[in-house]
Ligand binder design. Structure first.
Ligand SMILES: *[C@@H]1O[C@H](CO)[C@@H](O)[C@H](O)[C@H]1NC(C)=O
Length: 258
């Protein structure tokens, strides 16, 4: 009885702790559900875009593949970057003229195809996709567009797992590899900063100049604050080249090593 009497004053505290805990659990559940739904919807979207493009494009014709993607995106919700961002991407590729390109987030293969069609014959693309189903569909689209495995490689893993493997994949002369000239980040925006730091640490960004493109989908500004702070703190090697609503281009150059 005295125990009960003692616990009465504690009751509000217990209720508060419990309700707080419950909110946390509920938030966690909601986040897990939202994540699962996003993943499922993403897959459905990639699958239907893939089916549409695969059956409606002229195989082996890269422009037909891109046009069919654009046709699909006009009438369906799509995860592809679309022709507007695509044109900005083209401009960057024409200006930078990269030989080695790294892409995080293959999705349906649209941006991979756009990138590959502007690379020189010796150019190479490594594209990283976490979801194995999406990676397979993306790879098929790249092959249907007429590109060969000697020009590209799809890695099915997280960006964090891919980065340490890149030196050995960038060519037989791995020891002399200068890193990549262009990076396109279109995966989880929370990975943009850690991946940029990892690429820097592994000396995978070409020291004589590398453009890093960050695609902004419907992200909040906070997702980019970390990257922006990092760049602003390292004006010796980073500058912001282009800042649009849909994309940001960062330029990296390490003068001292030239
Ligand atoms: C091919 O295109 C037509 C017309 O644009 C569309 O109705 C059809 O569903 C497409 N095929 C696939 C497999 O999506």
């Amino acid at each position: 009885m005295w125990l009960l009497a003692l616990s009465v004053p504690l009751l509000p505290a217990i209720v508060m702790v419990y309700s707080r805990y419950r909110v946390k659990v509920a938030t966690l559940c909601q986040q897990a559900l939202a994540w699962a739904l996003r993943l499922m919807r993403g897959r459905v979207c990639v699958k239907s875009a893939h089916a549409f493009v695969f059956s409606n494009c002229t195989h082996g014709k890269v422009n037909s593949v891109l046009e069919t993607f654009d046709l699909y995106a006009r009438t369906h919700p799509s995860l592809c970057i679309g022709p507007e961002i695509g044109e900005v991407l083209d401009e960057v590729v024409r200006r930078v003229r990269p030989l080695r390109v790294l892409e995080f987030g293959t999705h349906c293969g649209y941006s991979s195809v756009r990138l590959l069609r502007l690379l020189p014959p010796a150019g190479r693309l490594i594209t990283v996709e976490l979801d194995p189903v999406t990676a397979d569909l993306g790879e098929e689209v790249i092959l249907v567009s007429g590109f060969k495995h000697s020009q590209f490689q799809v890695l099915t893993c997280s960006s964090a797992e891919a980065i340490p493997r890149l030196h050995s994949l960038l060519g037989p002369d791995a020891g002399t590899s200068e890193g990549v000239d262009l990076v396109l980040m279109d995966h989880d925006p929370q990975q943009y900063l850690p991946d940029l730091l990892a690429l820097e640490r592994e000396q995978l960004l070409c020291p004589s100049g590398c453009s890093v493109l960050l695609i902004k989908r419907k992200q909040r500004a906070e997702d980019f604050r970390g990257v922006l702070n990092h760049i602003r703190g390292r004006t010796d090697c980073y500058s912001i080249k282009t800042e649009l609503q849909c994309l940001m281009e960062i330029f990296y150059r390490k003068e001292s090593t030239i």
